[in-house]
Design a protein around this ligand. Structure first.
Ligand code: ADP
Ligand code: MG
Length: 680
């Protein structure tokens, strides 16, 4: 495979310089990368039904014969309908295509086709709009659906893929050693690649998927384990003593047992012979910031500098305000560096950092820029880790000389899973909430109760509280959903005329976002309509209602995160999930969020119901992309691959045996710089 990863995608027929750019958008610059662009789904053409047996309103496949010519009707400029009638033994079906003049030459009277689409029934007539179709005689049992991009559709990718498969060498070098294939009953690489794209049947697809998932997870775990060994070298910044008790006395509250324990675990690392590499996982509101502060205090007291990186400017600023309040009175110098820091100020901060005149720097990605140097960076903390990749974390750490690293995450991940996907880190868990926290009462209602929900919100706004409404991101072809912008406008003019409604979304400039967040924090805005940009960390204790539109579109853990924006102060808080989706699974999922406020329980349910894929996907680890493991449903593959990785490393930690040579080469390709810097 290695050589195909060097072969430019343009080598394929039909891929010129223009299309190459589109493929690059999908992160497919080479033929090898194309072969690893897995379908995100399949149309099942193997299971076709007759028209009258077709299930209504869900995608299905129908075999029928064309019985009428394609009738073209121009409705208005830019909209032409093409109608055709098809029949089977018993019934007939009217099919409509929009603006697709090609169907005229493709659908010929008397020929048999398979149509894949949604059948609807209107006054006893069957109809279908814009199905995909294939001639019956040349039909594949399962047709791949690829992630597409504007200008490059799944069919075009499919045709490139067919060519790419022909280029596979006779004997593909398999990174998985033969004994592993045998032990875990995995198919060989050629079978896997051919069948992941064009499966012969469901069973072959399952085999292919299992093998590729296994491989991806195995490589990931070997990579992480090797990083862990490598990072674990020598503690260059030993702290002299545990200053945490002294720190706790600076806070207006006493720490929870879990906070105390976690800080102890971290400080033990920092005192030991190898540096700290630790994940601190704690549910929303469990008080991770105070833990971070205790660690910074300890590091700074030992003469080091500390850095905290947050994923958004809003969060960085919030942290800055918190840290400054506790640290400045005792002479610890705190600064903030973000994308919107002025040039002059940036220069000054950089100068100060270089001479250790700033003890603690808080910032966003701006901290990573090449001209930021530290004189004694001993501790690096990244907040809301799931928003950063390993590579970014590594880049910040590289600014010091093997500093201690703590990453904080509120994405609750069951411990077993966390140990696998954060295999390069030790883990501490904050499994206790500060005292006095109230549960957020959560309701799940259909859209017809929306007005009641608005009135409920109004009542609380009138009492001086604030509220959030979160809308899902909408892409351009979902015309039935309102974007956050349209939504805000609508409710502001129709329901909340007498209130101040603000809007926050990802496309706004950092400055506008800050302006809106500040206005919300200062209660100049009563209600904030937002996309999920507010998901992480935002802390406005006066906000007591979180209403989430199209709740079915969010993962359970994400809903839980969003809900964590309320219930932060003394006032009783509520979360309202709105969804018209009647799917049983959805109803059950949303029900779980209503039943419990425990993030780990929710994560466990998520794990049970949806498999570990979501969590894997949630980790944008900056390591090689997970192409397929993000889709896994089966936790056994995860466990098997972990065992296999352990076995391989136990036998041959440097991967120098002949049977591991392909594996080693693949690790190099995937882990690039990280892998080549590993000396073991
Ligand atoms: P998260 O873990 O989500 O980052 P924060 O660190 O923002 O949580 O803490 C949430 C809130 O709880 C903050 O207002 C913080 O001041 C408060 N808090 C943290 N620890 C304690 C504690 N031990 N006792 C009381 N309040 C606490
Ligand atoms: Mg936080």
């Amino acid at each position: 495979m290695a050589s195909l990863f060097e072969k430019d995608i343009q080598f394929l027929k039909g891929v010129g310089s223009k299309r190459k750019l589109l493929f690059e958008k999908l992160k497919v610059p080479t033929i090898g990368a194309l072969l690893r662009l897995y379908p995100r789904n399949y149309e099942d053409w193997s299971n076709c039904t007759s028209i009258s047996d077709a299930p209504l309103n869900v995608p299905c496949c129908i075999k029928a014969t064309v019985v009428s010519p394609v009738n073209e009707r121009i409705i208005r400029r830019g909209l032409t309908l093409y109608k055709v009638r098809v029949c089977d033994d018993k019934s007939s079906l009217n099919i409509t295509f929009f603006n697709n003049r090609f169907v005229k030459s493709q659908l010929k009277i008397g020929e048999d086709f398979l149509f894949h689409g949604i059948v609807k029934k209107k006054s006893n007539l069957y109809e279908m709009a814009s199905p995909t179709f294939m001639k019956f005689s040349c039909c594949l049992p399962m047709r791949p659906i690829y992630p597409q991009t504007h200008g490059l559709n799944s069919r075009q990718i499919e045709s490139a893929m067919k060519q790419a498969l022909l280029l596979l060498p006779e004997k593909i070098k398999d990174p998985l050693p033969a004994e592993i294939l045998k032990k875990y009953n995995l198919c060989d690489l050629r079978f896997a690649i051919e069948n992941i794209h064009f499966p012969n049947d469901q069973d072959s697809l399952n085999k292919a998927r299992k093998r590729l998932t296994f491989e991806e997870l195995l490589l990931l775990q070997i990579g992480l384990s090797r990083m862990k060994l490598n990072n674990r070298k020598q503690n260059k910044f030993k702290v002299e003593a545990d200053f945490s008790e002294e720190f706790w006395s600076l806070l207006p509250f006493s720490p929870t047992k879990a906070q105390r324990r976690t800080v102890k675990e971290c400080i033990n690392d920092m005192i030991s012979d190898s540096s700290m590499q630790r994940l601190i996982q704690g549910d929303v509101g469990s008080g991770k910031t105070a833990v971070a502060a205790a660690l910074c205090y300890t590091a700074i007291k030992s003469g080091m500098q500390a850095a905290i990186m947050a994923p958004t400017e809003i969060l960085a600023r919030q942290h800055f305000n918190f840290f400054r309040k506790i640290f400045e009175p005792i002479g610890i110098k705190v600064e903030i560096l973000t994308g919107s820091t002025t040039k002059a100020k940036k220069r000054r901060i950089k100068d100060y950092l270089e001479v250790n005149a700033i003890n603690l720097i808080i910032g966003t990605h701006a901290l990573l820029s090449d001209d930021v140097y530290f004189s004694k960076l001993g501790l690096v903390i990244t907040d809301e880790q799931h928003r950063f990749g390993v590579a970014q974390r590594a880049k910040l750490a590289a600014k010091g000389r093997k500093p201690h690293v703590a990453v904080m995450s509120a994405t609750p991940i069951p411990r077993t899973l966390a140990m696998i996907i954060y295999g390069d880190l030790d883990i501490s868990i904050l499994d206790e909430m500060p005292p006095g926290r109230q549960n957020v009462d959560t309701f799940f209602v259909a859209g017809d109760k929306r007005i009641r929900a608005y009135n409920f919100i109004k009542k609380h706004l009138d009492e001086g509280r604030q509220a959030y409404i979160v809308c899902p991101l909408v892409d351009e072809n979902e015309s039935d959903l309102l974007s956050a912008e349209q939504y805000a406008k609508k409710i502001e003019t129709e329901f909340f005329k007498d209130y101040k409604v603000g809007l926050l979304h990802g496309k706004m400039s950092a400055r506008d976002k800050k302006y809106i967040m500040d206005a919300f924090s200062n209660h100049d805005i009563d209600m904030l309509v937002s996309t999920t940009v507010i998901e992480v960390g935002v802390d406005v204790p006066n906000a007591v209602i979180m209403l989430i539109e199209n709740a079915e579109r969010f993962g359970l853990s994400q809903l839980h995160q969003l809900r964590g924006r309320v219930g932060r102060g003394e006032h009783k808080s509520y979360c309202i999930l709105i969804s018209d989706n009647k799917n049983q699974d959805t109803v059950r999922r949303l029900g779980i969020v209503c039943q419990t406020n425990d993030g780990l329980k929710i994560a466990d349910e998520d794990l049970k119901m949806r498999g570990p894929g979501d969590f894997m996907g949630a980790r944008q680890h900056g390591l090689p992309d997970l192409h397929i493991a993000g889709l896994i449903k089966d936790i056994n593959i995860l466990n098997d691959s972990k065992n296999a990785a352990l076995d391989i490393l136990k036998e041959d930690s440097s991967l120098s045996l002949e049977k591991h040579s392909v594996l080693k080469a693949e690790m190099k390709r995937l882990f690039g710089e990280i892998e080549s810097s590993i000396s073991c």
